[in-house]
Design a binder for this molecule. Structure first.
Ligand code: SF4
Length: 417
């Protein structure tokens, strides 16, 4: 269930059923205006809806005044320990303030920030990380880190409500994936405010992306979470945005740009598919249309499981097939497979539809049928899946029983009924 409450960070709605917003944080010194603006433009191009900048000093507040004007997306000021910086960031025009009410110097200071934020119509993100729980929850934390995280968040929510400030979203983050999942599930049942999801200090691009996908993906699949940030140890903040989008696209929560499908390859592969996939992935970055492109390492299985793709290629040793919506477009030499694929994509986007040359399509279909025929005896995983599907569709069985020609049992330690 999405959060009941909705807030706006700049013009971006968060919660209340709005699309899950993608955010990231700049890694530059905020006071270095040129570098920070360059990174903000890059993350906005990559699809960030919102960006956060660290504001630990007065010179960062100075830069913030220009950043909020020049940034193409709303800007959140990230404040720790110093409530006067929060007040200054609101005055500088920040679209949202992120602070931990537990480390800002007491209730009166939080109240002062809340009052200024109310006057300016600025929302806040409040929250806790597993490493910074209030001291009185340390005993509970040793017993149940999840309950301690949730208790801290609920205390902060009550604090803000007691100050008549309800224009906020909440985050509880941990480096521990199961704890993050459990804590957010519990919190989402207790409070109506939007939730910001993230795995703290998730790690490098590789491990951090995986941890974030598992943690955030699990919650998002349950309908929990209104905005996400992927934390990766890289100076390229746009990489965090790309990972966030892949998670949202995989769960079909949002659409942005192409989706690439590629087979895992196996011993039937006869060309350098790794390089082909890498090139296709790179070239697809230049497209905003949500087209699905499939890359199959061979044509042994026909175009079977990837036939739903808008475009696809099935490679072979010297030549390959380009197809669209399950129908062959044409056969081309291996060396020009990628260029021709993109020519076809561009043509179809220009015209609004794929145009088939019937002769070329027939020639491609014949090539495909020949390869399938030559490999008819091969029981690839794709072929078994197809046979199972066909049997179920015919109502013959919910289970495929292979015959002896296709799958001999002679000499093996079982018989087939
Ligand atoms: S059999 Fe499947 S996994 Fe192997 S190369 Fe062909 S399409 Fe890829």
């Amino acid at each position: 269930m999405p959060s009941k409450r909705q807030i706006f960070v700049g013009g971006v709605p968060i919660g209340g059923g709005a699309p899950v917003a993608v955010q990231t944080m700049t890694k530059t010194e905020t006071a270095n205006l040129a570098a920070t603006m360059e990174q903000i433009r890059k993350v906005a191009d990559a699809g960030a809806d919102i960006v956060r900048v660290a504001v630990p000093r007065d010179e960062d507040v100075e830069a913030l005044k220009t950043i909020v004007v020049e940034s193409p997306i709303p800007v959140i000021a990230d404040i720790h320990f110093n409530h006067t910086l929060a007040l200054k960031a609101i005055d500088a025009g920040a679209h949202c303030i992120r602070l931990n009410p537990g480390n800002i110097g007491g209730r009166d200071k939080v109240a002062e920030v809340a009052k200024r934020a109310t006057a300016a119509g600025v929302p806040m993100r409040i929250g806790v990380n597993s490493g910074s729980l209030p001291r009185h929850l340390h005993a509970l934390e040793r017993e149940s880190p999840v309950e301690a995280l949730v208790a801290a968040a609920v205390e902060f929510v009550e604090l803000m409500e007691g100050l008549d400030f309800e224009n906020f979203k909440v985050s509880i983050k941990s480096t521990n994936v199961p704890n993050t999942i459990a804590a957010n599930r519990l919190l989402s049942e207790k409070i109506p405010y939007p939730l910001h999801l993230g795995i703290t200090e998730a790690g490098t691009k590789w491990s951090g992306s995986l941890k974030s996908s598992v943690g955030l993906g699990t919650l998002l699949a349950d309908g929990i979470g209104d905005t996400i940030r992927i934390s990766l140890s890289t100076f390229h903040a746009e990489e965090e945005v790309k990972v966030a989008w892949e998670i949202l696209k995989a769960l079909q929560l949002r659409e942005r740009g192409p989706v690439l499908i590629a087979c895992p390859t196996c011993g039937r592969l006869q060309f350098d598919m790794d390089s082909v996939v890498a090139e296709i992935e790179q070239r697809l970055e230049g497209y905003v249309e949500p087209i699905e492109v499939a890359v199959l390492g061979c044509a042994v299985n026909g175009i079977g499981e990837a036939s739903h793709a808008d475009f696809g290629i099935a490679g072979a040793k010297n030549e390959g097939l380009i197809y669209a919506h399950g129908k062959p477009l044409r056969k081309v030499p291996q060396a020009s497979l990628v260029d021709t694929l993109f020519e076809e994509i561009d043509k179809s986007l220009d015209r609004g539809a794929v145009e088939f040359d019937e002769d070329e399509s027939r020639e491609g279909a014949a090539w495909l049928a020949k390869i399938e025929g030559e490999n008819a005896g091969e029981l690839t995983p794709e072929k078994i899946a197809k046979m199972e599907k066909e049997a179920v569709e015919k109502g013959e069985s919910d289970k495929v029983l292979l015959d002896e020609d296709v799958s001999p049992t002679a000499g093996r330690r079982f018989t087939r009924a």
